[in-house]
Structures are given as C-alpha cells and as structure tokens.
Design a protein around this ligand. Structure first.
Ligand SMILES: [Zn+2]
Ligand SMILES: [Zn+2]
Length: 133
C-alpha cells in the first residue's frame, strides 16, 4: 500500500507529497526538536528520501549536526516558518512533520524517541515503544 499522502505549510506556499508508507512514526523529544517546534516532541513521519516530492515552493534549510553525529537538514517555509521536514542524508530518510499532513490521521506514533530530554510535565504515552535514538 503506497498511497500518496499530501501536506504543506501553514501559508500554503510549500506543498509536498509522499509516496511510500512511513518506515517509522515517532515522537522525538530531543531538545533540538523542542526548540524548533515549541512542543515537548516532534511528530516524525519518516519516509525514504526518494519517497518525498516537492509539489510547490522551495523550503529554506538549516543544517545542524545532531547529538548522534548525523547531519540533520531541517527544512521550513521561508514565508510562514512552518517546519515541513528534515533530511537525514546518512540514513536515507526524510523526517516529515506528521502534523503538516493534510489528513493528520495519517500520523500514528508507534514509539517515543529521546525520552531522556522530555520535559517533566510531559504526559508520556507508555503504551508506545521506547527508542533511545
Ligand atoms: Zn508557508
Ligand atoms: Zn528530535
């Protein structure tokens, strides 16, 4: 089942679609994800790099080296600032913002990542798998 899933930023300038089932759906509690999203965790809808197509717009990028040592190229809309996805080149994956999908029901987290940096007030869904990341 490789149903197309579409998404975009808040202002509509960036539009994209994915053509693969997600390899992973996780809530990432790392501090980088918290800083850019203002939430206790980022909703990561992870697909293979070649499964994401830009339909419209040209997202700006900001590249950081994550704690893991891997390069993380975070992409966001230059107009409204919405975070749309991150490119994890070494892993061959894109970490799409699961809540930037047009139909948010597509994002169904299966695991918690980096719970070591989750805020103390964060309600953790302990029914999900825990990944150290
Ligand atoms: Zn936008
Ligand atoms: Zn993260």
């Amino acid at each position: 089942m490789a149903a197309k899933v579409s998404g975009g930023c808040l202002c509509g300038e960036i539009r994209f679609e994915t053509t693969s089932e997600p390899a992973l759906q996780v809530l990432c509690h790392c501090t980088d994800c918290q800083t850019v999203s203002g939430a206790s965790a980022y909703s990561a809808y992870v697909v293979p790099t070649n499964a994401l197509t830009i339909l419209q717009g040209n997202p700006t990028s900001y590249e950081v080296r994550a704690d893991s040592g891997r390069t993380n190229r975070r992409r966001f809309c230059p107009n409204c600032g919405s975070r749309v996805w991150a490119e994890l080149d070494e892993m061959g994956f894109m970490s799409v913002n699961g809540l930037a999908l047009d139909d948010r029901k597509h994002f169904q987290p299966a695991a918690n990542l980096r719970l070591d940096s989750a805020p103390s007030w964060c309600q953790i869904d302990t029914t999900l798998e825990t990944m150290a990341g």
